[in-house]
Design a protein. Sequence first.
Length: 456
Amino acid sequence: MKINLKEAEKLHTLKGWGTSACWWSQACPKGETADKIAHLLYDSDGLNLNIYRYNIGGGTDMNNYRVENPWRITESFLQYDRETEKFNWDFSKDSNAVNMMKKSLELGNIDTLILFANSPHYSQCSTGQASGSFLYSTCNIPKMNYKKFVNYILDVAQHFLDEGYPVKYISPINEPQWKWGGPFVWQEGCHYETEELVEIFRMFAEEIILRDMPVKLYGPESGQYLGKTPEYLAALTADEMIMKVLDVFAVHSYHSDNRPEERYEFKELCVDTYPSLRFDMSEWCELPNKSHTKDFKGALITARIIGQDIVYSGCVSWTSWVAVNNFSIKEDGFDYSDAMITADFDFSDWYVAKRYYGFAHFSKFVPVGSVVLDFGFRPSEDNNDFNVFAFLTPDNKTVLVAVNEGENQSVTIDGDFYTMQIITSVQDDELKEVYNGEFKNQIEIGSDSIVTVVVE
């Protein structure tokens, strides 16, 4: 394979890398464990992430809930007494999650703090539960409670702003197209039809402007590239009030892991049609997850998805779903947790999963402000085993990330360079520098490996 970097086209500029603190951070105890995980994610010696997603939970009525996993039962600052029907704020709640956010911010690399919600507060929901309606594909919040929902989220945001947290974005809706709820629930969620979504976003925009808050809207966190996503985009951008405050159209890249063509189509239908709007890929994990935590295949898939999402979809940032998920031991004895770090429920035991290193090959070497380069390579569903992605960093270094899920590959690099650094990860050896010296125009990419090449 030949990579002609002399004629590579400059595309969009990278805004960052991130992950979500949803579910796990509320269970992570203060102290050494929290410090270590914050450093693994947000320190310059770790993944060097700059985007932090804090979940404003819908809260839980312990006498009326159906979610069984304790990590997915959220603690809300808004306390509701059903007997007196009175509310009060208690900002001592969710203290572990707030501690993790604070620890991560103190490391100095975070420039984007997003507050997001999977559901309105349970007291505002038709079911009295934040896990969706009793009927599939039915909105779980009556219109008369829309304003309460808006105030709930923005009051929490204002609290954090008053406390000095640099909140940048409010994301009130998550994956509106999915059927959330029904007879079996596993997490918070709320279905919205397009007109419901637009009405809620408009009310958020109006209230943000009325309050003169220094935040922007982010969303709607659509659950896939295609499907309803172009419809949401058209509806939101047609509303003048929303567009005064909507700064980022956020989408998730689920259900297209082996279909790079969906990214090409999303770019054409959405990104290219609205060139003045920023697009972020704000959530992904391997779904369904077929890679256990000790299998390097998880790192390979993660790296391939990151590269294809950033280069081909036109999105300018990439954020994983939860940074940590709980152990998920299957019949074969392996742990199929889908996060970068896996832990038991109380964090007495935890470790880094292989997919962490798939992310590291990008986030540690491709900084914010890097420009995506297009040298003409296009994978397809039938030809997806070998991928190479290219970036130009702010300090004028060129970074290539090669993801090889097939046989050994020879790569020829055409460009005017003098030095070269090569970092490789394979099943039993991660982020190993295997070369640092004069530029050479031909390199070998071993099978089942991720290779980052930095040339200057």
